[in-house]
Design a protein around this ligand. Structure first.
Ligand SMILES: [Zn+2]
Length: 254
């Protein structure tokens, strides 16, 4: 079985959650870790996705919503993290300088506050880093937490820095894109450092690139990794699922 370690699952993108989950299970993707990273998405997950025992969550405040997050929101986040056993991590959190650095200081503060929370609650983090590698690494080095670098698309050198810090790399549809250099990185890093993710509804892999992504597409990503590393698909399945269980503490039956 596979685990989709990072997706967004909202009514605004999908007609039926049941249909989404069933199609995933039919593709042998049996556990889904839904990420909600703004106040509205967190509420939606808490109200409409609690009844599914194969859905887990990571909650956190994304750098793109930094301007709307108050101290009370951080207290609220801590509260829900402590009272829901199906929340397995904090994220996605991090830094995003793609659209500018005007609120860089605020982004860094929010990132640090949530890393502190992860440390306090002993939860893994899911890191979003866009055009901000240097700052992300410098800040992560200050906190003894574990986690996943979500949607990793960086260089081999950057990959090796994250791996040396104990992080895993979340690999998604980008690895299947013909122009992606990620394949060369994947060739040179151990399977033990990779977890699979779709980032649905975004970044659908080849051969369904451009469509609304779904967790059922995880096997396309796994197959590409198997091809690139010249190993059996079953090995990619086994090892990446074990990696996901370990980092998110899902237990043997999860
Ligand atoms: Zn995401």
């Amino acid at each position: 079985m596979y685990i989709d370690t990072h997706l967004h699952l909202s009514k605004k993108d999908y007609d039926s959650v049941e249909g989404f989950i069933q199609r995933a299970v039919d593709s042998n993707v049996r556990k889904l870790i839904v990420s909600a990273c703004d106040k509205e998405s967190i509420e939606e997950c808490l109200t409409s996705l609690q009844e599914y025992d194969n859905i887990f969550f990571t909650f956190g405040y994304h750098p793109s919503v930094v301007d709307s997050i108050t101290d009370e929101d951080l207290v609220y986040l801590e509260q829900i993290l402590q009272t829901h056993s199906n929340i397995v991590g904090i994220g996605e959190i991090g830094l995003d300088y793609h659209y500018g650095k005007e609120n860089k200081a605020k982004q860094i503060k929010l990132f640090q506050d949530q890393l502190q929370l992860a440390k306090k609650l002993n939860l893994p983090v899911v890191i979003h880093s866009r055009d901000a590698t240097e700052d992300t690494i410098a800040i992560l080095k200050q906190y003894a937490v574990r986690g996943v670098i979500h949607c990793f698309t960086g260089s081999l050198e950057t990959a090796q820095i994250y791996l040396s810090m104990g992080y895993l790399l979340g690999i998604g549809g980008v690895v299947t894109f013909s122009n992606s250099h990620l394949k060369e990185v994947i060739q040179k890093i151990p399977l033990e450092s990779i977890v699979l993710e779709t980032d649905s509804p975004y970044l659908a892999p080849v051969p369904v690139r451009g469509s609304i992504n779904e967790s059922k597409n995880i096997p396309y990503i796994a197959q590409k990794i198997a091809d690139v590393k010249e190993v059996p698909l079953t090995l990619v399945e086994e090892v990446t699922t074990e990696n996901a269980r370990r980092i998110f503490d899902l237990g043997v039956d999860a």
